[in-house]
Design a protein around this ligand. Structure first.
Ligand SMILES: *Cc1c(COP(=O)(O)O)cnc(C)c1O
Length: 399
């Protein structure tokens, strides 16, 4: 059975061109880029090119890019660096809708290290309130960390404006741009963003590589201390294949982003419109005016998201649900909770996230096959808010 992969915000297929580009670095070109000999040195040259490709996509300088192992490491590094470089400041501003890589870390800092954290809320469309943000900034604020685009709804936040507000107040601004890079045009030279995280596997490079942009002149404190790799900003022998892959993926994104976005958003819109028209009591979560081109998060009222996922899985359709199983009960996602999506709708939410590898036929297949699934599920088990101990397959949350 062929998989219809509509879960690209969780991870993406490695682009075949990316795979081709890294193959030799697994076989013949396995040298250590830090070695003195030419055998290692030539790998160092390719890493330099990769760094320049990443920088070009973001419009920043090569030496502002630090390679890491993943988006989570970049996020943790950025926040920890800001806190360590301003030890007198004890306040952090973030949002209630961040990815766990930021949110769980902030909760940890709050509980275990006595930092004060402000979690900015959203309206029912997931939009942030800039007045609430301005009021939250205080002389004690060390860092603001706000995601560029939300992984569950695809919502794009006004990052440039928020970064400028932080700068006007002398506060470091970090953005988790893992979902934005490759889908949204980013120009760091003309922005006030101080640090930005990205992750390879969300833009058609393999898992296990990420990058952190750190603005030139910003005080930086490394998380990993050891060898002099990454100009002593991130110790550890370079993940050469991952880095070269990320460079290639960024090169492809820079070249194709605009045309791809048009194609992908057309397919996304078709899927969304098709499902909304065919399925009563369904609605989109998020801000349709300000959204990634590849994402739609749809609530199908009065039916369990996990049940929908299982039924779709039978047909080879892969997507994500907006609820996570915690301690035997289904918890609606923290993002939908922050948006005050009603319980019976939050539970039946499905995130479809497309990529350039999806086809019109796949979208037609979903539009044809999902409505009867929902109809049957609604018939079989009329949703009841009191229902306890819903079938649960194990812990999980949206990536
Ligand atoms: C996937 C994701 C991350 C984590 O990236 P990893 O490379 O998997 O650690 C962080 N933030 C957002 C918004 C993501 O979607």
């Amino acid at each position: 059975m062929k998989t219809i992969y509509l879960d690209n915000n969780a991870t993406t297929q490695v682009d075949p061109a990316v795979f081709e580009a890294i193959k030799p670095y697994f076989t013949e070109l396995y040298g250590n880029p830090s070695s003195m000999h030419r055998f290692g040195g030539q790998v160092g040259v390719t890493i330099k090119e990769a760094r320049s490709s990443v920088a070009k996509l973001l419009n920043c300088d090569s030496d502002e890019i630090i390679f890491t192992s993943c988006g989570s490491e970049s996020d943790n590094t950025a926040i920890r660096s800001a806190l360590n470089s301003r030890p007198d400041k004890r306040h952090i501003i973030t949002t209630a809708v961040e990815h766990p890589a930021v949110l769980s870390f902030c909760k940890f800092l709050e509980k275990k290290e006595n930092y004060e954290v402000t979690y900015l809320g959203t309206d029912e469309r997931g939009r942030l309130d800039l007045d609430e943000y301005r009021k939250a900034i205080s002389p004690d604020t060390a860092i603001v960390s706000v995601m560029w685009a939300n992984n569950e709804t695809g919502n794009i936040h006004p990052i440039e404006e928020m970064a400028q507000i932080a700068r006007d107040n002398g506060v470091i601004f970090h953005t988790d741009a893992v979902q934005a890079v490759g889908k949204v045009s980013i120009d760091l030279k003309s922005s006030a963003v101080d640090m930005l995280s990205l992750s390879g596997h969300k833009l058609h490079a393999p898992k296990g590589v990420g990058a952190l942009y750190v603005r030139k002149g910003l005080m930086f404190r490394p998380l990993l201390i050891g060898g002099h790799q990454e100009r002593s900003r991130r110790a550890g022998t370079e993940n050469t294949t991952g880095i070269i892959a990320l460079g290639k993926a960024c090169e492809l994104a820079a070249k194709n982003m605009e045309t791809e976005n048009t194609v992908v958003s057309r397919l996304r819109d078709k899927l969304e419109a098709g499902l909304l028209a065919a399925i009563p009591d369904s609605k989109v979560n998020g801000d349709p005016e300000n959204r990634l081109p590849n994402t739609t998060n749809i609530s199908f009222g009065y039916v369990e998201g996990e049940a929908i996922l299982l039924m779709m899985d039978q047909l080879g359709i892969a997507a994500s649900s907006g609820s996570a199983c915690t301690s035997g009960s289904l918890e609606p996602s923290h993002v939908l909770k922050a948006m005050s999506v009603p319980f019976t709708f939050a539970h039946g939410s499905i995130r479809f996230s497309l990529s350039r590898f999806n086809t019109e036929e796949e979208i037609d297949f979903v539009i044809e096959n999902l409505p009867p699934i929902i109809e049957n599920l609604r018939k079989m088990s009329p949703f009841s808010a009191e229902k306890e101990g819903l079938a649960c397959t194990g812990p999980g949350s949206m990536q």
